[in-house]
Design a protein around this ligand. Structure first.
Ligand code: ADP
Ligand code: ADP
Length: 228
């Protein structure tokens, strides 16, 4: 079943003052089914982040439609979890409160929120660090906190924009393996932006290959490889 539907979407960024415009996306179509792990692969500037931002609701298509779970996307919402290259954690909150951030906004029983957060902290391998602050953790560990926070919302889709792009090679490989394990255990629909062919083949069940100038989806490949 389709969770994300992108239909004939174009995106033009106009700069009225300089009288210039950039066609970031030209008439793209893309469908993502439930429990697909789709990697959006392509060179820098081909429009990957633009696609992701429109699914997230941070940006709107110039023409065409983007829908998630049957509803046209007009704004961000809790049905879409985001993980960015730089984790957007609250430095004054300990790990568990960062993970429970959206639950905390909703209020309710604090012990219960903490229990739920702990489950996701353990899931990403951060058990024991729940009371640490982001500044006390490595980049990889901070990224894990961001992933746990997104997973906890149990969103319809998780959107990841080069989440491991700023990590060293070994940490990146560890995180990739863990993400595959988490996905294999829990499933869920993921759209993962990357410019690395290796990363997209290692992670994705599907790879949408984009080409630049103007941004188009060139091929959609289904990966049918045994996973570790
Ligand atoms: P990618 O994520 O593949 O690197 P982007 O989606 O960031 O590519 O960008 C696609 C194209 O759109 C690029 O040419 C970029 O310069 C342009 N672009 C992206 N965002 C904006 C913006 N807010 N204003 C103007 N141009 C933009
Ligand atoms: P990651 O792979 O999460 O980026 P690193 O490779 O930087 O972690 O660190 C390796 C291990 O060192 C971590 O898994 C963790 O057990 C430990 N570690 C990292 N930072 C801290 C810290 N601030 N306090 C205690 N242990 C830490």
């Amino acid at each position: 079943m389709a969770v994300i539907k992108i239909i004939d979407v174009s995106k033009v960024f106009s700069d009225a003052r300089r009288k210039t415009s950039t066609t970031a996306l030209a008439n793209i179509d893309l469908t993502v089914d439930r429990n697909e792990f789709l990697c959006l692969l392509g060179p820098s500037g081909c429009g990957k982040s633009t696609v992701l931002n429109m699914i997230a609701g941070f940006d709107r298509p110039t023409t065409g439609t983007v829908s998630v779970g049957g509803g046209i996307v007009t704004a961000p919402g809790s049905d879409r979890g985001m993980v960015f290259q730089q984790p957007t954690l609250m430095p004054w909150l300990p790990v568990w409160e960062n993970v429970a951030f959206y639950l905390n906004l909703r209020g309710g029983d604090s012990a219960e929120r903490r229990r739920v957060a702990q489950r996701y902290i353990d899931m990403v391998g951060l058990g024991g660090f729940e009371n640490h602050f982001p500044s006390e953790l490595s980049g990889g560990m901070n990224q894990r906190v961001g992933i746990a926070r997104a997973l906890l919302m149990n969103p319809e889709v998780i959107l990841m924009d080069e989440p491991f792009g700023a990590l060293d090679e070994q940490t990146k490989m560890d995180m990739q393996e863990e993400l595959v394990k988490i996905w294999q255990k829990n499933r869920g629909t993921i759209v993962f932006v990357t410019h690395s062919i290796d990363e997209s083949l290692m992670l994705g069940t599907h790879v949408a290959v984009m080409s630049a100038r103007p941004g188009r989806i060139r091929e959609l490949i289904e990966i049918d490889l045994p996973r570790p």
